[in-house]
Design a protein around this ligand. Sequence first.
Ligand code: NAG
Ligand code: NAG
Ligand code: NAG
Ligand code: NAG
Ligand code: NAG
Ligand code: NAG
Ligand code: NAG
Ligand code: NAG
Ligand code: NAG
Ligand code: NAG
Ligand code: NAG
Ligand code: FE2
Length: 531
Amino acid sequence: MKRWLFALLLISTTLVLVSTGALSTPLRLRPVSRTSDYVRPELPSEMLPLHDIRLQSRQGKVEQVHLSVLRYDRVVIGFLRDINDLPNTELPMQATLRYGTNRSSLDHEMVLNARVYSGMQEYNGYLWNPPMGAPTLNRSQVAELMNTASWAEPWWYVYSNTTVADIPENHSVAAIYNNPSALYQSPLVFNAKLDNLQPRTTYYYDIDGEYTGNFTTLPEPGIADGPMTIGLWADVGQTNISAMNMEYMLKQVNPDFVMLHGDLSYADAYWPRWDTWLRLMEPLMSTKMHLWCKGNHEFNSGNENNVAYMFRFATPFKESESPTFEYHAFETGLVHVITLASFARFDNQSVQYRWLMRALERVDRTRTPWLVVQFHVPWYCSVLGTGSRLLMREAMEDLLYKYGVDLILVGHVHVYERTYPVYNNQTNACGAVQLVLGDAGNREGPSLPFIDPQPSWSAFREGSFGVGKLVVYNHTHAHFEWHRVACEYSNATNCVTPGDNSAQARVPSDSTWLVRNTTQCPNRLMPTQRV
Ligand SMILES: *[C@@H]1O[C@H](CO)[C@@H](O)[C@H](O)[C@H]1NC(C)=O
Ligand SMILES: *[C@@H]1O[C@H](CO)[C@@H](O)[C@H](O)[C@H]1NC(C)=O
Ligand SMILES: *[C@@H]1O[C@H](CO)[C@@H](O)[C@H](O)[C@H]1NC(C)=O
Ligand SMILES: *[C@@H]1O[C@H](CO)[C@@H](O)[C@H](O)[C@H]1NC(C)=O
Ligand SMILES: *[C@@H]1O[C@H](CO)[C@@H](O)[C@H](O)[C@H]1NC(C)=O
Ligand SMILES: *[C@@H]1O[C@H](CO)[C@@H](O)[C@H](O)[C@H]1NC(C)=O
Ligand SMILES: *[C@@H]1O[C@H](CO)[C@@H](O)[C@H](O)[C@H]1NC(C)=O
Ligand SMILES: *[C@@H]1O[C@H](CO)[C@@H](O)[C@H](O)[C@H]1NC(C)=O
Ligand SMILES: *[C@@H]1O[C@H](CO)[C@@H](O)[C@H](O)[C@H]1NC(C)=O
Ligand SMILES: *[C@@H]1O[C@H](CO)[C@@H](O)[C@H](O)[C@H]1NC(C)=O
Ligand SMILES: *[C@@H]1O[C@H](CO)[C@@H](O)[C@H](O)[C@H]1NC(C)=O
Ligand SMILES: [Fe+2]
């Protein structure tokens, strides 16, 4: 039997068992760990070229619209305006946003002021010598940007007659700070904070009569008036696969909100790629709210030090008494999400650790039983060479176990992997299930090979691309599905990847019920509820 067929049968069997109720305790450890033998066909997944139609500036008009969620009743509409093509007599510093629940009569109005930030261009090796696909710039173009000889006085210390030979292959080069051709100027950045919104209500918005959109708010914490769907993804990037995952997230997952566990644009200090990324993502992000988390590509894969991230993406840190945008907490319906930072100090003396203790203390499990934590770098992942990032796990896992965290969501390693409930490197029914979802389609391709044999805590792993869907039904039951989205072209309704004859291109490739059993695991109760 073909092994993929076996895998498919296993999935259907699981679903049948579940639907007949035979898996009433689905969290019990299943004996078989599984490595999918699906291997994504060797297709290019390069950055989309700058001339791609989806990445183009709207030349002064509102663009890059994206929604951030701060509370069930508080949403930030972010958008930008690229003024490069406007006459220099124009500086549209203000924008007017109107919004309301009646589309034909938007009764709220806000006037917003623009902000702008600058960044030093860093010419990453990926620009001109990517491992796959075509470069964004070639080395001659980079040399030209670096070269100050045409305008600097020869005696001036910035004088530099840079040639191609001076650009080291496969290494980042940063132009000197007083080379103006290396200064990125962001478009005008606007962030509109809409407050006191009604829960579970569709709002319509209009920006300067140029852009209209809508979104639907989330329920209040503690309210469960139907299943809640949460979209999960990480390590997105801007390739054709990223675009397909984006479209899949919008149309097939159709979530109430989305969590992105770090690594957004892969701009890596070639800053214009933040603009192209938000343009590519706009269909999803202008209508579905995100809860953001930062990864290394927001921080130091290229020396961005969070600047683009900080200016563009709003996080609920003030709402959760955090001193920094880097970690925060959020609750809606039956779910409480804590977002941590893999790249901020996490040792037990750190601000992050002290804040986390307080954040966990504030969780009300009677109101929001599902405690979900997201950050970027996995604590458990069985891809070869990913075991070295264990310091954060050593510092914080005891605390998360003590509070009975149900689910940990991470990215960074470009595969899909699901663990059984795990604690202290061993399966443990009262530990958290950890999902690695670093496979949303960035240019780096899947991270393989896996460690052999598969660790006992690893339930399922596959080295291809896709997104996650979590549906929370009630206080005890949630269902998780991972959908492979490996197709190269998104125009077909029944998508088939060339070379992929497995016929599974868009079936849920892995799924599981998550069941909270507080008799078995009293750590999932509030300390005061435990007897
Ligand atoms: C992206 O997909 C389109 C077809 O939809 C194809 O023409 C193009 O070459 C692909 N580009 C990259 C960079 O993969
Ligand atoms: C929406 O606004 C229009 C135009 O003002 C009005 O005629 C209509 O009654 C409103 N609808 C509701 C449900 O309030
Ligand atoms: C640079 O990277 C390319 C693509 O990965 C590789 O083929 C080439 O050998 C590398 N060059 C050097 C000098 O490392
Ligand atoms: C680099 O790109 C520019 C602009 O596309 C082109 O004119 C030039 O010939 C290219 N140089 C090399 C060495 O490929
Ligand atoms: C810069 O280098 C090029 C190539 O080596 C040379 O032809 C040119 O004269 C140099 N320019 C200056 C201003 O030194
Ligand atoms: C809300 O916006 C989406 C995306 O722009 C659009 O497809 C949809 O028709 C809008 N819904 C309503 C009710 O206007
Ligand atoms: C704090 O962390 C240090 C270093 O890992 C460890 O030696 C110490 O026991 C920890 N203290 C507490 C109170 O957990
Ligand atoms: C965790 O367990 C695996 C076996 O499942 C073992 O190979 C690994 O060394 C252990 N790691 C630590 C940090 O104990
Ligand atoms: C919770 O949801 C699951 C899945 O839909 C269902 O089987 C179960 O009966 C529900 N439990 C309660 C208490 O409603
Ligand atoms: C989908 O796009 C591909 C690549 O652009 C093209 O070859 C194919 O004919 C298209 N299929 C349909 C159904 O339009
Ligand atoms: C919960 O766990 C307890 C103790 O392990 C077990 O007896 C009970 O059957 C479980 N309940 C459910 C609904 O799985
Ligand atoms: Fe990463």
